[in-house]
Design a protein around this ligand. Sequence first.
Ligand code: 6PG
Length: 230
Amino acid sequence: MHQINDFKQRSDLDIALADKVAGMLLDAITLKGKASLAVSGGSTPKGFFTELSKKDLPWRDITVTLADERWVSIDSDASNTRLVHENLLQNNAVNAKFFHLKQGDSLTSETLADLNLAAQSALLPLDVLILGMGEDGHTASLFPCSEQIDEALALSTAPLLKVVPKTAPNDRITFSFAYLKQSKNTFLHISGESKKAVLNKALAATNIKEMPIRAFLQDPEINTNVYWAE
Ligand code: 6PG
C-alpha cells in the first residue's frame, strides 16, 4: 500500500522529508542504539541529502548505505557513493558510518557473498529506505529490462545481487526486493510532472516485472510514503 504527499516546492519536500527521516532515525537509535538508512542515487535527492545532513542527530550511531550502486570508480561522476559523500555525508552527517556497496574492482560471486554477510550484520533490516524511480518504473536497480529482474523481485533471494540493465549504463549492485521490503520505513522520492505520470501508470496496473516500483506500491506489508513535488 502507499500514501501520497504532494508538495508545491521541491525545497519544501526536501525539508519535510528530512524532518520525517531524522525523527525515524532517532526513534531507532532510542530503541536499539543504532539506525540504518539506505538512500538512492540519481539527480532527485540532492536537496534532501543537504537538509538531512544538517540535522542534529547522533550520526556516529547511524549507518548510511545505498539501495543500489553503479559498479564504477567512486571518483566517477556516475558513482552514487560519490554523490552521497558530496551531498549527505557533510555537515553534522560527516560523522555517519557508510557501508560501501562498491568494494574492490570486480563484482565477483565472492565479493557478493562477503557483502551479503556484512550487510546482514551491519544494516539489515533497514530502519529507513529512500527509493527513487526511473521513467521505466525501475527503482533501486530493479530494472524491468534486466535479465535478473525475476531474481531481483523474488522473495527468496540474497540481500544483494548483480544486475546488468539493458537500458542504463554500468553494471549494478542492488538490494533485492525481498530485503528492501523488510525496511521499517519506506519512502519513494520523486519530482516533476513526468515522474507523476509514471507513478500514475504504475498505480493503474499490477504487473511488477513491467514496473518494479509496483512491488512497493501494492504490497500490503509495505506502507510506501510517496513524496512528490512539482
Ligand atoms: C540509480 C538510482 C535509481 C534512481 C532513479 C531515479 O542508481 O540511478 O538508484 O534507482 O533513483 O533512476 O533517478 P533520478 O532521480 O535521476 O530521476
